[in-house]
Design a binder for this molecule. Sequence first.
Ligand code: NDP
Length: 447
Amino acid sequence: MFKNEYLQGLYERVQKRNPNEPEFHQAVLEVLESLEPVIDRHPEYIRWGVIESIVEPERIIKFRVPWIDDKGNVQVNRGFRIQFNNAIGPYKGGIRFHPSVCESIIKFLGFEQTFKNSLTGLPIGGGKGGSDFDPKGKSDAEVMRFCQSFMTELQKYIGPDIDVPAGDIGVGAREIGYMYGQYKRTNGYEAGVLTGKGIPYGGSLVRKQATGFGLCYFTNEMLVDNGKSFKDATVVISGSGNVAIYACQKATEYGAKVVAMSDSNGYIYDANGIDLDAVKQIKEVERKRIKEYLNFHPDATYGEGSSNIWKIKCDIALPCATQNEISAESAQALVDNGCYAVAEGANMPSTPEAIKIFQNNGVFFGPAKAANAGGVATSALEMTQNSMRYSWTSEEVDAKLHQIMVNIYANASSAAKEYGMEGNLVAGANIAGFIKVAEAMLAQGVV
Ligand code: NDP
């Protein structure tokens, strides 16, 4: 699989040491593959065990989360926080609440986060957390009791200069608010301990929009660099959560027509262009299923099965739901229908086979760790504002976010070129993200 014997051996050790963790293996494989030309130039990374250390989380915290539901029954979930790497700053990364959460998923996300955070150019390390708790169908009071129990344990391990969690799937402003309240109860006021907070208590303007907006800023750079643009392009966006909604808003502002969105049950297709106000009402206000869109627009269509969204003809695809949502078959369908650009809003939404299909067919491909870094970048701007006890205007935050995404595209693109893989943003993002962390680790000695 690898030309380099050292990388081959290391990858086999990762597989053996982390059995039954396919998502983590997949994320490590993708990064190590990109590093072949890097370690030819930098044998010191092998000599000083940098790559061996980078694939091993610094710390894995796993805990019980007991809580009481509305019927008075005790429920027990499992919580995780993986502090992956703090070579360049405090651990930073979201918390995911979804029934599929397990060690493999949190580990892959924490590993990816390390390189993503490095790419932002800001001083933040990599971490990730979550629980197999499912907020869907729970009352506000149940979500609150769960969040309080989760934070009662997590607060022992985090802090504004130690580890700063944020939101992810299933964790939005409501959950962050409840967790922040509990942290404050146990530790006193420390605004910078969580990001994605509400605006009245230390949140940053544009944080809610940041991942989706940032995805479009990055995609715009990629398109323009290749002689294309969002203007009049047809776009398909999977998911209808935080990232998807604001990607839809920005793509539309750029002049594109978004024709489809989804949730884990199915997808809606609206040839007239998605009515985002309707989607926001259904998802942000009512917390209902995307199918409800037909109540607003009976002329739209609904299809069962979220993966069928990739069969819709489009110019640009923005996967914004979850990992491995684009299989080889879905990638082929996109290519066959003339899709020429894919940028990942979700983390690792394309399988390795799907990425190969995009690359072999000349599809411009923006990998997650570069394309969706706008969320964490704006979280870091939230930390900055909390430290300064000051807040920037929407325009100021948005301008900084935009510049960060422009820089990420430029850095990923030039790293790919420097290492002989021009146009390969997967390799470019991995290399640019890796080198900064590797240099920091090297400088700090074997620790
Ligand atoms: P949300 O919980 O707000 O939305 C998730 C969306 O994805 C929902 O529409 C959900 O549908 C759908 N979805 C979740 N699981 C599946 C599944 N197994 N199959 C199909 N659809 C699914 O999460 P976010 O928008 O915050 O996150 C989306 C992705 O973006 C994740 O990969 C996350 O890691 C990534 N990301 C998020 C950032 C952020 O700032 N929020 C930052 C960077 C990356 P349903 O309601 O039916 O579950």
